[in-house]
Design a protein around this ligand. Structure first.
Ligand SMILES: [Zn+2]
Length: 357
């Protein structure tokens, strides 16, 4: 049950988040500001914040993609990326999020639409925002650069039409970004018809360069997608992975290898992976012994926050202080940050929990 007391506990608890998309977490106010700066107001359905907030409201996958593409189009210059990275840090401070591993999709700004930007433009913009946020708020951000599945298949109904160019460009950006906080390599987008196997050619080099492999799998597609991510992409964590619940052998394998899941309950409800929280397998996956984390995915688009997702765990899944703290600790533990920082953040987290539970 979500008592006022537990709500306060959740708000104050130092948190980490490992599954959130930069382009999917921009506040409506900022999207308007960017559209104004870049003469893109005509690409939005409204020029006021309230109207945009309503347009953001989730109304099916097609609408979600339309909104996402419009937001993406408002980011045009290095300073735009600096602004959204900085605001991401300000949001972390408001929610007591100490560390975030933020997914960013370079290909959508470089190849899918030619904005005249280079890899270095993106990296320098993101770095400026990240450093400003660290200096001002003391928060730590690292990046996951992910390959967009959908943009990699010119013929959307034919998995054999795979085009390696988006994956190769993403790899190039991720390798260049290691000195700017890129720690992970991902695979995002709609899974149906877009299996993970063709992307193996970039995950090998990414892992050899020291990046962790964190593909989305087992969200819009079932266990086969998770098996592919494990066996062909050597996944270190699975983005979502909730549909592993449909395959006992897969659950056993995830447990044996201790592969953490990045679970996003409200995102799953909005995208109709499950119709209600009661049907959602979060607690079952946890009780089975998998390492689970809770995350917000694209918070303003799903009308949620990371804080709200912890409230969902208390309200709908019956977690108490000790349970919430255990889940929260998992996120620090499984993060791709360097060991020294991880030790420091875990020490801080454990000290807080000792006093507050
Ligand atoms: Zn995601």
């Amino acid at each position: 049950m979500l008592t006022p007391d537990l709500k306060q506990f959740i708000q104050n608890m130092p948190k980490a988040e490992v599954h959130i998309h930069l382009e999917g977490s921009i506040a409506p106010e900022t999207v308007l500001e960017l559209a104004r700066r870049n003469n893109r107001l005509d690409t939005l359905p409204t020029d006021n914040v309230e109207g945009l907030r309503q347009w953001y409201t989730f109304a099916g996958f097609e609408h979600f993609i339309t909104v996402y593409v419009a937001i993406m189009g408002t980011l045009r210059k290095p300073e735009d990326f600096a602004l959204v990275a900085y605001e991401h840090g300000a949001d972390m401070a408001r929610q007591h999020i100490r560390y975030r591993e933020v997914t960013f999709t370079p290909y959508l700004h470089l190849g899918w639409e030619d904005k005249g930007l280079t890899i270095q433009d993106l990296l320098h913009g993101l770095e400026e925002g990240r450093q400003r946020a660290r200096n001002e708020f003391g928060v730590e951000m690292r990046w996951v650069f992910d390959v967009p599945r959908n943009a990699s298949f010119p013929d959307e109904s034919n998995p054999a039409s795979y085009n390696p160019a988006p994956a190769e460009l993403t790899l190039e950006a991720a390798l260049a970004g290691r000195q700017y906080g890129v720690v992970g390599f991902g695979l995002g987008g709609y899974e149906v018809n877009f299996p993970p196997e063709p992307f193996a050619h970039v995950f090998g080099p990414a892992k050899r360069a020291g990046l962790i492999s964190v593909p989305h799998a087992g969200e819009t597609e079932g266990p086969a997608s998770v098996w592919g991510a494990l066996n062909e992409l050597a996944a270190d964590r699975i983005g979502h992975g909730v549909r592993a619940i449909e395959d006992p052998a897969l659950l056993a394998e995830l447990k044996r290898r201790d592969i953490p899941l990045e679970i996003n309950p409200t995102s799953n409800i909005c995208l109709h992976v499950y119709e209600t929280y009661a049907e959602h397998p979060f607690r079952k996956l946890d009780e089975y012994g998998l390492t689970v984390t809770v995350n917000s995915d694209d918070p303003p688009l799903f009308n949620t926050t990371l804080t709200r997702e912890y409230e969902v765990l208390a309200e709908h899944f019956g977690y108490d202080r000790a349970g919430l703290a255990r889940i929260a600790r998992n996120a620090f533990r499984v993060a791709g940050m360097e060991e020294g920082l991880k030790r420091r953040l875990l020490t801080e987290f454990d000290a807080w929990v000792t006093v507050n539970t």
